[in-house]
Ligand binder design. Structure first.
Ligand SMILES: [Zn+2]
Length: 64
């Protein structure tokens, strides 16, 4: 299910995760070269991603 990003936060290991409109969270790691999301490292980059849709697997699996 597609859910909009409504915010970002850091986990205990300093990895960024997105907070989705459904209340679920999803990691958006910057871990090159495997996961290249340099945008997540800057506040400006994160702001630009607010409102975009991510596929929420937790919704599809109905995990609360
Ligand atoms: Zn969800």
């Amino acid at each position: 299910m597609q859910q909009a990003i409504i915010g970002f936060d850091l986990d205990d290991e300093n990895h960024w995760f997105a907070i989705l409109a459904c209340g679920h969270t999803q990691h958006v790691r910057h871990n090159p070269p495997w996961q290249n999301r340099s945008w997540v490292m800057t506040e400006q980059g994160r702001l630009e991603k607010l409102g975009i849709l991510l596929e929420c697997k937790k919704c599809e699996q109905r995990i609360d």
